[in-house]
Design a protein around this ligand. Sequence first.
Ligand SMILES: Cc1ncc(COP(=O)(O)O)c(C=O)c1O
Length: 403
Amino acid sequence: MSVWEKLYSEKVSTLRPSPIREMLHVIRQPGMISFAGGNPDPQSFPVDLFYESASILKEQGKDVLQYGTTEGYPPLKSFLCSWLKPRLGRAIAEDELLITTGSTQVVDLLCWAILDKGDLIITEEPTFVGTTLTMHNHGAQFLTIPCDANGMLVDQLPEKIEKALSQGKRIKFIYTIPNFHNPLGCTMSLERRKKLVEIANKYEIPILEDDPYAYIRFEGEDLPTLFSLDQSGLVVHACTFSKILAPGTRVAWAVGNKEIIRKMAIFKQGIDLCSSVVAQALVYEYCRKGHLDSYLPNIVDHYRKKRDNMEECLKKYLPLEEVSWVKPMGGFFYWLEMKNLKTADLYEKALQKKVAFVPGESFYPNQNGGKNCFRMCFTFASPSDMDEGIKRLGEAMKELLKS
Ligand SMILES: Cc1ncc(COP(=O)(O)O)c(C=O)c1O
């Protein structure tokens, strides 16, 4: 036993690596076409416009290179407080907003503030493995609710909540990705949003509304956020610049009742003091110059074309009697479900043909489903890789169906 092994914390015994992060070495093999990671297309990054923002380093370098306040770079906070108004239904006060290092940190901070080992979190099933890993690392257990094309089947909530409570379980929050779900691509209907907020209020269970894809809508009308539908301060809303500007900034935010935001900020003091002030200042300058609003339609148009391209390729190359999907109206992902094939077999075959995707099982927090499903990200691959990659995937499926 090594010295380190003798020292590991109890948490190490349940530590799970992220299946997506762990796949990176596979994805990076020469010739591999990857639909696996949820990466934005680097072609969508506004490199020149963002570079212009670097002027703030010259103009305000003495502030920007200093430690910042934990709650966030004040000019960025005040920009967001008004920019968010249309989606959040009202102007946000500065003490209701916390800038974070990625929206992953919002999940971490909320867990620090309200979750104890063994507590339950209600999630959609399947759901994003990145954030459920964070919850898992805090000792969360998962009560899962299935979804259809209109999002979480919220009607199942009361019975499941009652049952868990009658068993003495503590439910700490409901985690949902209402818009262009990762991995399902679906969006929660207005009726279900209202019902979800009603149920959360009845049982006094907070909601963590994780909304990174809200602004990547290709068609249809925006639906109100859960935050805007709630009157009692039970919704913590998380969003990020990762998909609307660039994930390398690691600038994101949480909005919620000032009491919980304050507790999260105090935990953040002990985690990273503050998010990078340099990154926040560059993002702020980009926003102040109006680039966020003027450039966002280019990103949306770019991804709409990519979504259409993937839809075409799927129809052209996959055996349609075997595989089904719902065309996403926004976001980054397709979720494919197969009738007879097992994802594990397809994954192996696809890797031999140098195509990668994320197997469905990774998105089941209790690791008990998704064995015939997988997630395909449509934003990253170039048009020619998209065509070639899905062609190879179709060949892999057809070969397996014959064998
Ligand atoms: C649903 C969801 N939540 C959170 C994140 C993490 O975002 P960030 O880069 O802000 O940490 C992602 C990124 O893919 C996501 O899909």
